[in-house]
Design a protein around this ligand. Structure first.
Ligand code: NAG
Ligand code: NAG
Ligand code: NAG
Ligand code: NAG
Ligand code: NAG
Ligand code: NAG
Ligand code: NAG
Ligand code: NAG
Length: 607
């Protein structure tokens, strides 16, 4: 052990000499060194170069990294002498174009990263001589089109990112000669539609990402061609529904993201061929219903995210097909009834991570069947003094999020329990730092090792003080002089100002609602005058019609309360017109969150 240390020390001592003796020069303001796998690299990221200091670089360089946000750099025929260059990254440098034959004579190049520049066009000749290139990153540029055959010289390419450009369509044979391509990221381009034919050249693709592509559907032919996909990411698009046999050709799928779309239902048997699926993200849709047989054959699924939808319950009928589930997120389904959920949990014997944030009224025995749970997120669940009981059976917890609740203090039992958990988050709780609430921690302050320490909210002069730094002589016995209402309103506005999350906003339903309705009415009336007339007069009817579309299911009423902070972009769109009229919304709101009435009053008074 000791010997080893001496050798390491000697080696570090000599390293600069070894380096300087074998590398003749390093440009000023750059760093030249060996990376973890022993390759020479130069990194210039101080951002003040007028041009790439190529002449001062050692020609043995294997990795060159240039990041230069201040000036505009041009690249041309610069790298011919670098016969060992494997990785070249020139990013955030306002590079306007790649240049003809720029990398000609550098056949060693494996990775070329030109992301975050100002490249508007690429040409076939840009990549001449790059038959060994494996990865090309052109994301965050300003390309509007890519010519046919642009990549024909890149016969070994496996990874290509065209994300965050301005591509509206792909011309035929865009991917000519890219038969080895496995990973394609096209996210953040306004395609609206993907033409299957273009993908004929890359039929061995394993990963396809097209988030934020404005897609409303996928041509089945595309799935048919790309049947080898193991990962498909269609998040943040505009899908309103999926065909019954949407994914029938994708038998190898392991990861599927359809989060952030507008789906309202998951129909029976839709994943029947996805026996290999391990990861499914359906969060941030408008799901009001999951059919009983929706998850049939998903026997290998380990990760399910259905958070921030409009589900009213979690049913055993479909959950019992997911016996291997380890991670489950049902947060933000604010109307979800949790009373039957225990039997679902009883079935999920492998579960070790559960997020159930932003749902109130947790039954006290809810987690009893989940004794193996390691990670639990119960932020924003309006917990107060029932925390002890709720956590009682969870003895294996390593991570717990209790943020945005109504915790005021700790008793012996609670603090004992929490001290056993490695990571606990307590942000935005109205902790009262007096002896009534904090007595039990005073003798255990040294045991608190959490990264995020709970902080006092009351009394005013201790606000923000971490509780491990409280001293007995600073604390009053029982901090009087406050009504529940004041604390509630204080913490409510405090929350809102610092972190605009779902539940908090829901609390203020009524006041914000009026504002929102105004904005919607104004924007709709700007869109079409007749429509505005129609909706303001016939709100009620429209709402009923929409309810029917959601497969005869529940909902509306409070839906707007939790939806709007999640997806700002969709607030003002025309299909948000299923908004209920304000008075009804606040009535429903009281039914769901009966205890919150006072805090809402407090807020209104406060503001
Ligand atoms: C990026 O390129 C466009 C034209 O292609 C030009 O108008 C713009 O000024 C460039 N931006 C920067 C920061 O160089
Ligand atoms: C491409 O570059 C972007 C921005 O620099 C980065 O976020 C992304 O991970 C890169 N993609 C690949 C496939 O390396
Ligand atoms: C799905 O599972 C059922 C049994 O639950 C089985 O009969 C059927 O063959 C499976 N379908 C596919 C496509 O694997
Ligand atoms: C399911 O997972 C197991 C273990 O990870 C794996 O061996 C098996 O091949 C998977 N089944 C399918 C159909 O992919
Ligand atoms: C749901 O919870 C999981 C596990 O805690 C987390 O990885 C995921 O990001 C969460 N989803 C959303 C939409 O917050
Ligand atoms: C899960 O539920 C199904 C159907 O109710 C039942 O047959 C099975 O035994 C349950 N599994 C566990 C582990 O409780
Ligand atoms: C818990 O859930 C909330 C709401 O979804 C989220 O903001 C927070 O980041 C989660 N906490 C952890 C530790 O993942
Ligand atoms: C929690 O507090 C309420 C009133 O503030 C009280 O009625 C109830 O008994 C308390 N519950 C526990 C478990 O201490």
């Amino acid at each position: 052990m000791k010997n080893l240390r001496i050798i390491v020390a000697l080696f570090t001592l000599w390293l600069p000499f070894i380096l300087t003796s074998s590398l003749s020069s390093c440009p000023k303001d750059c760093i030249c060194d060996l990376d973890n796998s022993g390759r020479y690299y130069t990194a210039c990221d101080r951002g003040n170069m007028e041009q790439i200091p190529i002449n001062e670089m050692d020609k043995k360089m294997e990795i060159i990294i240039i990041r230069n946000p201040k000036h505009k750099l041009t690249i041309g025929h610069l790298f011919t002498d670098f016969k060992k260059l494997e990785i070249l990254r020139i990013t955030e440098a306002n590079v306007p174009a790649i240049g003809e034959h720029s990398f000609w004579g550098v056949p060693s190049l494996r990775t070329l990263d030109l992301s975050r520049n100002n490249i508007s066009q690429i040409f076939t000749d840009n990549f001449k001589g790059q038959q060994n290139l494996i990865e090309l990153n052109l994301s965050y540029n300003i390309m509007e089109r890519i010519p046919s055959g642009a990549f024909v010289y890149l016969k070994s390419l496996r990874t290509l990112s065209l994300a965050e450009n301005f591509l509206e369509e792909l011309v035929p044979r865009t991917f000519q000669q890219l038969a080895k391509l496995r990973y394609l990221d096209m996210s953040g381009n306004p395609f609206d539609d993907l033409t299957p034919d273009v993908f004929r050249d890359i039929m061995d693709l394993k990963t396809l990402k097209c988030r934020r592509c404005g897609l409303t559907k996928i041509n089945p032919q595309l799935y048919h061609l790309l049947w080898q996909l193991t990962e498909l990411d269609l998040g943040d698009n505009q899908f309103k529904y999926l065909e019954k046999d949407e994914f029938k050709d994708l038998k190898n799928l392991k990861r599927l993201n359809i989060d952030g779309n507008q789906l309202s239902v998951v129909v029976d048997n839709i994943f029947i061929r996805q026996k290999s699926l391990e990861y499914l993200d359906l969060s941030r849709n408008r799901l009001a219903k999951i059919s009983d047989k929706a998850f049939v054959n998903l026997s290998n699924l380990t990760h399910l995210d259905i958070s921030y939808n409009k589900l009213s319950d979690l049913a055993l009928d479909y959950m019992c097909d997911l016996s291997k589930l380890r991670v489950l997120n049902i947060s933000g389904n604010v109307q979800m009834s949790l009373f039957g959920i225990r039997e679902v949990f009883e079935n999920l014997t492998e579960l070790d991570s559960l997020a159930i944030a932003d749902i109130t009224n947790l039954p006290s025995n809810i987690f009893k069947p989940l004794s193996k749970l390691k990670m639990l997120n119960i932020s924003g669940t309006n917990l107060r003094n029932e925390t002890n009981t709720i956590l009682a059976s969870l003895t294996m917890l390593k991570e717990l999020d209790l943020s945005r609740n109504q915790l005021r203090g700790f008793d012996d039992e609670l603090i004992q329990k929490l001290l056993k958990i490695e990571s606990v988050k307590f942000d935005y709780n109205p902790f009262i730092c007096d002896l009534c609430n904090m007595e039990s921690i005073l003798k255990r302050q040294s045991e608190m090792k959490w990264k995020y320490m709970p902080k006092c909210f009351q009394p005013q002069h201790l606000r923000g003080r971490p509780i491990n730094r409280l001293r007995r002589d600073n604390l009053v016995h029982c901090f009087e002089n406050f009504a529940d209402e004041t604390v509630d309103s204080a913490v409510t506005s405090y929350n809102f100002l610092q972190e605009s999350r779902v539940n908090v906003l829901a609390i203020m339903g009524a006041s914000i609602f009026v504002l929102l309705l105004l904005i919607i009415i104004v924007s709709i009336s700007i869109l079409t005058r007749q429509r505005a007339f129609y909706y303001t007069r016939e709100d009620g009817k429209e709402e009923q019609d929409n309810e029917k579309c959601l497969e005869g299911s529940l909902i509306t009423g409070t839906e707007i309360n939790f939806k709007f902070p999640l997806d700002d972009r969709s607030i003002y769109t025309a299909d948000e017109i299923s908004l209920p009229p304000p008075p009804q919304a606040s009535v429903n709101f009281h039914q769901i969150n009966p205890e919150k009435g006072s805090s809402k009053k407090g807020f209104v008074k406060n503001s």
